[in-house]
Design a protein around this ligand. Structure first.
Ligand SMILES: [Zn+2]
Length: 443
């Protein structure tokens, strides 16, 4: 994409970008003061005079909002009466009860604009056809956002939804999409399906994959194992995108693939440490966001729980906007193992890409001297000493540490994964807060 296609705000000087965000922030603060029962109460309790919050740096005077706050006071975050609400979505409820989010007509327009900007960032045009391989219903926001964004771009869109490789290939052959919107590990599944049924998957019209839900890159922006495996099998261009319901905003890579670009008119970002202070630019920080222009359920200083680096130097694409590095992991899942700080996705990237591993669970617990200990339970048909050694060698080479490896059969692993009756299988079990230390696995 040539630089002439960039919007003024993307090319603006960082001071002007900041000034623009501050204008929008002041409007947002006045809006929540008048419409959000939760924030009106918060301002009163902490004697916050929003007229004194004029700069992005002043935001630190407002207490952060956590996922627990959203759960405890869900409806107090609603800023509009029921008759103004159009769409209801929920977050996955990793902490128990799901949280309901509401969208007004303006919020749907904003969501469309947000995803339209994401598509532009990947070089999309009205000539493109997008095949949507994620779900558009089930109370999720992402699929709807993609549909609305593609519509605003006046591009074509095929709403296949997730799963069903047969239907995916049938649509690819029939409609000839140029892009797929997909959870990246699913690309490997459709490649496997194509190989099995002799589909010539390399000669389609698909040039790009807009990837959501799983990281594709390492902190230095090189492709992780998942990204490498996909592009080795199928040389299409991968674009990583990071978004969430709470943010109602996406951070999408440009063709340089050096982090997801922020859309400054839609969201303010902060990167905080454990004490809610800003981290240094080179440090990992918890992404904390303030939404701009949201009408139904705006959030101030919401702590996402996601740890990442951020990059402020100008991108080679010409944009001056901040870029978000790959998500290293969830803050609560941080593991301190033998002097190294790790997050579960680093394990998943290795385990997902090893041959002969059918399923797995990573477990962390506190050992007798009070530090983190790790076990990786693996379901494999090659449950033998040499294979265990190979796996440990790979962990040592990639992560510089070696967890204990224990082989379990398919049923045992499934029981561990389903123990919480959650919506998704668990690949990570955290026993650090449990009174029980490491317990022997029970069937
Ligand atoms: Zn860029």
């Amino acid at each position: 994409m040539s630089k002439t296609h960039l919007r003024a705000i993307e090319k603006a000087d960082p001071t002007n970008i900041k000034k623009h965000q501050e204008d929008l922030m002041c409007k947002m603060l006045a809006y929540v003061q008048n419409h959000s029962p939760y924030y009106a109460r918060l301002f009163k309790k902490h004697r916050i005079d929003i007229k004194k919050i004029k700069k992005l740096e002043d935001l630190k005077h407002i207490p952060v909002t956590t996922k627990e706050d959203l759960q405890a006071y869900n409806k107090d975050f609603f800023c509009v009466p029921t008759e103004n609400i159009i769409d209801y979505v929920t977050t996955s409820g990793t902490l128990g009860e799901p949280v309901t989010f509401i969208l007004t007509e303006n919020d749907l327009q904003r969501l469309a604009y947000n995803e339209y900007l994401s598509f532009l960032c990947t070089g999309g045009t009205s000539a493109d056809i997008y095949q949507l391989m994620t779900t558009i219903d089930r109370r999720f926001m992402a699929g709807l956002a993609y549909f609305l964004g593609a519509r605003k771009l006046q591009a074509g869109i095929i709403r296949v939804g997730n799963g069903i490789p047969e239907l995916q290939w049938d649509s690819i052959k029939r409609v000839k999409p140029t892009n797929i919107i997909v959870v990246p590990s699913f690309i490997l599944k459709i490649i496997d399906y194509a190989k099995k049924y002799q589909i010539d998957y390399k000669s389609t019209h698909i040039k790009k994959a807009i990837c959501i839900g799983e990281p594709l890159r390492k902190a230095d922006f090189s492709l992780n194992l998942l990204g490498q495996k996909i592009t080795e099998a199928w040389p299409i261009k991968l674009f990583s995108t990071y978004a969430s319901t709470e943010m109602a905003t996406a951070f999408t890579e440009c063709h340089q693939g050096r982090g997801g670009h922020q859309q400054p008119e839609l969201i303010i970002t902060e990167f905080l440490d454990n004490n809610n202070r800003a981290v240094l630019p080179e440090e990992l920080g918890e992404l904390t966001i303030t939404t701009l222009g949201v009408e139904g359920m705006p959030l101030l200083r919401f702590k996402t729980g996601d740890m990442c680096h951020h990059h402020t130097e100008k991108c080679l694409c010409g944009r001056n906007t901040m870029r978000l590095g790959p998500i290293a992991g969830r803050k609560k899942q941080m593991i301190k193992f033998k002097g190294t700080t790790l997050y579960p996705p680093a394990f998943y990237d290795i385990l997902n890409n090893l041959e002969n591993i059918d399923n797995y669970v990573v477990e962390v617990f506190t050992n007798s001297i009070g530090t983190d200990e790790l076990i990786v339970y693996i379901d494999t048909k090659k449950a033998e000493k040499q294979f265990e050694k190979n796996i440990k060698d790979i962990f040592r080479a990639k992560l510089r540490v070696t967890p204990d490896i224990i082989f379990r059969n398919e049923r045992e692993i499934k029981i561990m994964q389903d123990a919480d009756n959650g919506r998704k299988p668990r690949y990570f079990i955290d026993r650090r807060n449990a009174t029980q230390k490491k317990t022997d696995f029970e069937i």
